[in-house]
Unconditional design. Structure first.
Lengths: 344, 302
């Protein structure tokens, strides 16, 4: 009963927020983006125990796939990128919306396919080797794309501007991100309760034993990563339309920005929990915006310090800490009477 | 595509160009090997994977560059960078690394990544994001028409060799070197035998930072540095150590020289824009080869 009320309140806040705080429209949309990438990172990192540093690869790839699909529906991509914003390329409402819808779906599917291919190669790596290997994939992809003239090279690529009223556009993108986030949350909540979720946890706890018990661990790992990649790819596609112009190294394959933020969000909130990534993403985003406003110039140093402090001193995260001090909130009953008697 | 074939044709037509590329690659590779040796030391002794390795190198480079700007002789920058980075390494050990030893490996990776971001940004705030280098007032030796070797680079390689020899002798002969090697083999037994392992760990990490700093001070004399170049040096160190294995010093040197030559060839054939990508793709290649080796025995890379 209480839980239903909580979810209802949160849903109402989600819907009302952009109208209550219209000046923060883009901020709130970014917040949902953080929630989405944190949740997907936790699917493999927290639940399955494979700490990828390269999930940003799917974000960047999603952006580029969406852009290429949208443009190629109407114009030739090489003409478009050669003009570098100089020529006149008009998109009608119908063309824009088809591009947005088809581009997002194509981005999700393409990224899921990439995850299966890359995963097939890299899932033989464990622990730090997996992290370094996936980081390598993301960095290499960014460098290669920035040398690829067909998609604009290091200059990046520009998408059509939202054809309607721009303030309305901000709200539209907020709801696209929010819808993706809510959908992902519900999907994961269901997924973690199934046999599939248990299999992921078994892989995290002892992969060799899980293999010995007859689980086809490779299939589970590939499926989980493909799910994560699907959602991150869609998030990337929506970001591409929201940002309009993006370039490969700083925006699309931003390894040291969003690529590391998503990991910190999860660690801050609590690894391997459903709510942890959500709470962590909100806290991290608020911290980031505050430092950006008040420590201008030193914001990156502050963020690095936050990463170090979270990782070294506070790795259980907020949810882990809550579980320790308030286990009864999580349906775990603790018998404190024995302790009290012993104390007397 | 035509350009790539053209560059390849050049190599076949003028074999001397190969010689120049190989000499350049070996010189740069010697410096990569130095930083990688530090990583292998820390990795082997304390089981910490240090992603801030490259930023130690860059910091050392900036120390030397700043001192040269103040009028000191450039070559003096190398020992001073060694000393400064020793202190930096010790402070980072006390604040961060000491608390991640013995924790799971992802923790050390992420914590040092945080340190790397902080160091790169502090350098950026202090010195700006332009590329910097020191021009040494020495001539260039010419062998034939196409092969030129700046004396500055030769001096750099000699200093790297002296430093490497010094560290190797220290590890073999001195009491502290013995303690470090004992701790690497079995920390618990070392503690039982009366070795203060905390001190050994601190010393090892400081030594690693100092080696990297000296390497950076040499690199700034023969190449370019920039606050955000650090991550590539870290990745190169990982490539070398992964390819060579831990505690395999000849392997580290060979892999370092090899990656130097490979990168120079790659930059020549594909263009300088691909240099970073080549370093990273080499890492993936090395990981895959190691993985294929392990798969033959039904094992995984842990």
């Amino acid at each position: 009963m209480n839980k239903t009320l909580l979810y209802a309140v949160l849903l109402i806040v989600t819907v009302v927020a952009p109208f209550m705080f219209p000046t923060f429209g883009t901020q709130l949309a970014t917040l949902w983006l953080m929630v989405v990438v944190a949740l997907t990172w936790d699917l493999t990192g927290g639940q399955m125990g494979y700490n990828s540093l390269g999930n940003i690869f799917f974000y960047g790839t999603g952006m580029y796939v969406a852009a290429v699909v949208t443009i190629s529906l109407v114009y030739s991509v090489s003409d478009y990128t050669n003009a570098a914003g100089g020529g006149t390329f008009q998109f009608t409402w119908a063309q824009y919306l088809t591009g947005l819808a088809l581009g997002s779906i194509a981005a999700g599917l393409f990224c899921a396919a990439c995850a299966v291919i890359i995963g097939y190669i890299t899932f033989g790596l464990r622990g730090p080797y997996f992290a370094i290997g996936t980081l390598g994939v993301a960095i290499a992809a960014g460098e290669l794309v920035s040398n690829w003239d067909w998609v604009g090279g290091g200059q990046g690529i520009a998408l059509p501007v939202y054809p309607g009223d721009l303030d309305q556009g901000k709200t539209v993108f907020y709801f696209l991100f929010a819808g993706l986030g809510v959908g992902l949350f519900i999907f994961l909540k269901w997924l973690y309760g199934t046999r599939f979720g248990l299999a992921l946890n078994a892989i995290r706890d002892d992969e060799d034993k899980a293999d010995g018990m007859g689980l086809h661990t490779m299939r589970y790992k590939l499926t989980a990563w493909a799910i994560a990649a699907f959602f991150v790819g869609i998030a990337g596609a929506i970001s591409a339309f929201q940002l309009i112009h993006f370039e490969p190294l700083e925006t699309a394959y931003q390894t040291i920005n969003l690529g590391i933020f998503m990991v910190v969000c999860v660690l801050l909130g609590g690894k391997g929990t459903l709510w942890g990534p959500v709470v962590g993403a909100i806290m991290f985003h608020v911290f980031k915006e505050v430092t950006w406003n008040y420590f201008l110039g030193w914001q990156w140093v502050a963020l690095g310090a936050l990463i170090v402090i979270t990782v070294v001193y506070f790795q259980d995260g907020i949810m882990g800490w809550l579980m320790r001090v308030r286990p009864e909130w999580f349906g775990v009953s603790v018998d404190r009477s024995g302790k009290a008697e012993a104390a007397e | 595509m035509d350009q790539i074939w053209g560059n390849l044709g050049l190599l076949v037509e003028f074999p001397v160009v190969n010689l120049k590329i190989i000499i350049d690659g070996l010189m740069i590779g010697a410096l990569f090997a130095l930083a990688a040796y530090g990583l292998a030391l820390v990795w082997g002794v304390m089981n910490v994977k240090n992603l801030a390795q490259g930023d130690f190198v860059i910091t050392g480079g900036y120390v030397a560059w700043w001192l040269t700007g103040k009028g000191l002789p450039s070559l003096l920058g190398v020992p001073i960078a060694f000393g400064v980075l020793w202190v930096v390494g010790w402070v980072i050990y006390k604040l961060v690394i000491r608390r991640v030893i013995g924790r799971d490996l992802f923790t050390s990776l992420l914590a040092t990544f945080g340190v790397a971001i902080m160091m790169a940004q502090i350098l950026n705030l202090l010195f700006g994001s332009d590329t910097q280098s020191i021009k040494l007032p020495y001539d260039t030796l010419y062998f034939g028409e196409l092969v030129d070797v700046p004396i500055a680079k030769l001096i750099g390689v000699c200093m790297a060799a002296v430093l490497a020899t010094g560290v190797i002798v220290f590890m073999k002969k001195s009491r502290m070197g013995q303690a470090i090697r004992a701790t690497a083999q079995n920390p618990r037994a070392a503690r039982v035998m009366g070795i203060d392992t905390d001190k050994v760990y601190g010393f090892t990490f400081s030594l690693n930072a100092a080696i990297c700093g000296a390497a950076g001070a040499i690199i700034v004399m023969v190449w370019l540095i920039q606050p955000f170049y650090g991550i590539t040096y870290s990745i190169r160190s990982f490539v070398i150590v992964t390819a060579a294995g831990l505690g395999n010093l000849p392997g580290v040197i060979a892999a370092g020289l090899g990656i130097g030559v490979f990168e120079q060839y790659g930059a020549h054939i594909f263009g300088i824009g691909y240099q970073q990508a080549i370093a990273v793709l080499l890492l993936l290649l090395v990981l895959l080869v190691r993985l294929a080796q392990q798969r033959r025995n039904r094992q995984v890379l842990k």
